[in-house]
Design a binder for this molecule. Structure first.
Ligand code: C2E
Ligand code: CA
Ligand code: CA
Ligand code: CA
Length: 279
């Protein structure tokens, strides 16, 4: 029994303990981080390829930790995606995004939308549509200002449930994007049944445009597929003129990437927009 005990113990190596500790620390930290406004949205412009016009932003969360400094989402979102902390963060991001839409509405910059990332657990959690409905209502924002980005895993693991939630959100008038398209396991037959609006081509494909044949073909095929289903396409991670021109020719509607702008804080976004509209 003792030997078995010891070998069981060995399963929990130091790495795992460290990871578990880190996760626990982050989960405990996150509530106070939200309360103390340490989580902030950065915004990355999304532009229409045909005319270069600004259409909206993707909201990307950053954690300004008082002791650890700036923490990027890749370094805390995955750690909380299997706990309810992700719902807390997601609801906070949604509320901040809707309030931001209200501040944008007071400017005269045309209709801009904000895209918010939703983790699978949050997307499938009860009450999401109702929460969004009340946020929009209390801030006087129309639903088309909000685009929800969900990944393939959110819609593939529980297809029936995912379909139900999407239908509910569509009834509200909120738009939905499938994010990181092509990196997950979505089956095309499921996809065609889902009432999403936008398909986002992942940066891993965009970066291969005219660098390798496979990625170049994938990009044109995905654009055609989306168009055949009546959907709009956003190419992510556009970093070069060459990629941009290729996407324009391929008929891709929207682009997002460092070529156009990096994610910026609200202050920066507002002053950039102010100067564009003043000149
Ligand atoms: P994502 O949804 O695929 O977001 C796009 C990521 O690509 C962002 O990284 C963005 O800064 C980066 N990016 C945009 N254009 C370029 C480019 O031209 N080149 C390169 N190299 N990168 C580019 P970020 O902000 O670090 O976010 C990473 C991931 O964290 C996001 O990937 C998303 O999955 C997740 N995330 C961010 N904010 C939230 C949030 O509020 N909720 C949830 N659930 N996840 C979030
Ligand atoms: Ca996204
Ligand atoms: Ca993405
Ligand atoms: Ca991604």
């Amino acid at each position: 029994a003792k030997a078995a005990g010891r070998s069981n113990f060995r399963i929990f190596n130091e790495d795992m303990l460290l990871q578990a500790n880190n996760r626990l620390m982050i989960e405990q930290d996150i509530s106070s981080a939200i309360a103390e406004h340490q989580l902030r949205l950065f915004l990355q412009p999304i532009v229409s390829i045909a005319d270069g016009k600004l259409k909206g932003f993707e909201a990307l969360v950053r954690w300004f930790h008082p002791k650890r400094g700036l923490i990027m989402p890749a370094n805390f979102i995955p750690d909380i995606e299997n706990s309810d902390a992700i719902i807390e963060v997601g609801n906070y991001v949604l509320a901040e995004a809707v309030q931001l839409l209200q501040r944008l509405k007071h400017k005269d910059w045309g209709e801009l939308y904000i895209a918010v990332n939703l983790s699978a657990r949050h997307y499938l959690a009860p009450g999401l549509a109702e929460y969004i409905r009340s946020l929009l209502l209390s801030n006087g924002i129309t639903a088309k200002g909000l685009l929800l980005e969900v990944t393939e895993e959110s819609v593939i693991e529980q297809v029936d449930k995912a379909m139900e939630v999407m239908a509910e959100l569509k009834t509200l008038g909120v738009r939905i994007a499938i994010d990181d398209f092509g990196t997950g396991y979505s089956s095309l037959s499921y996809l065609k049944q889902l009432p999403f609006d936008v398909l986002k081509i992942d940066r891993c494909f965009t970066s291969g445009i005219q660098e390798n044949d496979a990625d170049t073909h994938i990009v044109t095929t995905v654009i055609d597929l989306a168009h055949n289903l009546g959907r709009t396409v956003v190419a992510e991670g556009v970093e070069s003129e060459l990629q941009y021109e290729f996407l324009a020719t391929a008929g891709c509607e929207l682009a997002q990437g460092y070529l156009l702008a990096k994610p910026m804080d609200e202050h920066r976004i507002m002053s950039v927009l102010d100067s564009i509209h003043d000149s």
